[in-house]
Design a protein around this ligand. Structure first.
Ligand code: 13P
Length: 265
């Protein structure tokens, strides 16, 4: 299946898998061969967002794994917008660069729900990390109550407002080149086994792409990959990825086990 923006299969381990489990994951993954052999299918790339403490183990084990697994980009699940300072519990871009990280997840709904992340702070992280050279995967998505109240589009518009602000000459000018990815993760579908239907997901993606087109420009809209996340499994991944507006998957639970992770490709 050929996709204009390629296809990204990404895993978010959340607060799972310490050093020993991370090593075991890559050891088992190394023994698995994809039907496509030693490479991902054409256009497919992969990233895994691991706990910060497992980062070094994941990078080492990944580098030692056979192809295609050694091509997975290892990233983290959050980073601060300042480069250093009195921000207890946070991790900075320069620390991540030193550790060899190139990709960072930002604004995940669990950070919004449990740790006070807002669209504004997610944006501050996004712009700072893009300026420092990272790839950023910015997560957005409505709650169940918002969907039921018909507020899916207004929620997405609000979450993306800081990002699209100023249009093509806004703070993200120059970064609409594919280095900013958007993950659409409806909160009601995360970890619940309730997946958005392929057409529900495709409609939300089409809305996001139209928003980018109207507010930033056709080039930004054409270059920005939009991934779907929320109970993606080996069973439903193909049907979701076949949707024209879906450029990849951000997978939680099914990315934790080598078997199910490998079956996403
Ligand atoms: P699940 O795949 O476990 O539903 O999690 C999705 C998610 O939140 C990925 O970031």
């Amino acid at each position: 299946m050929s996709k204009p923006r390629g296809l990204r299969i990404a895993g978010n381990w959340k607060m799972n898998q310490g050093v020993a489990e991370t090593r075991a994951f890559f050891e088992s993954l190394s023994k698995i061969q994809l039907p496509s052999g030693k490479s991902f299918a054409p256009g497919v790339t992969s990233s895994l967002y691991v706990p910060a403490l497992s980062l070094s183990a994941a990078k080492d084990a990944c580098a030692k794994a056979p192809a295609p697994w050694n091509g997975i980009a290892i990233g983290v699940q959050n980073a601060h917008w300042e480069k250093s300072g009195a921000y207890t519990g946070e991790i900075s871009g320069p620390m991540l660069l030193e550790a060899g990280v190139k990709t960072v997840l930002i604004g995940h709904s669990e950070r919004r729900q449990f740790f006070g992340e807002t669209s504004e702070t997610a944006f501050k992280r996004t712009v700072s990390l893009l300026q420092q050279g990272f790839e950023v995967m910015l997560c957005v998505g409505e709650t169940r109550a918002q969907r039921e109240a018909g507020q899916t589009e207004s929620c997405l518009r609000e979450q993306l407002a800081p990002v699209t602000f100023g249009g093509s000459t806004g703070p993200l000018m120059g970064f609409w080149n594919g280095r900013l990815l958007i993950a659409y993760e409806p909160v009601w579908a995360i970890g619940t086994g309730l997946t958005a239907t392929p057409s529900q997901a495709n409609d939300a993606h089409a809305f996001i792409r139209k928003l980018l087109k109207d507010q930033v420009g056709p080039d930004a809209a054409a270059k920005t990959p939009i991934l779907y996340g929320g109970s993606v499994t080996p069973k439903n991944v193909a049907e979701l990825m076949a949707q024209p507006e879906i450029d990849g998957a951000l997978v939680g639970g099914a990315s934790l086990k080598p078997d199910s992770f490998s079956q996403l490709f």
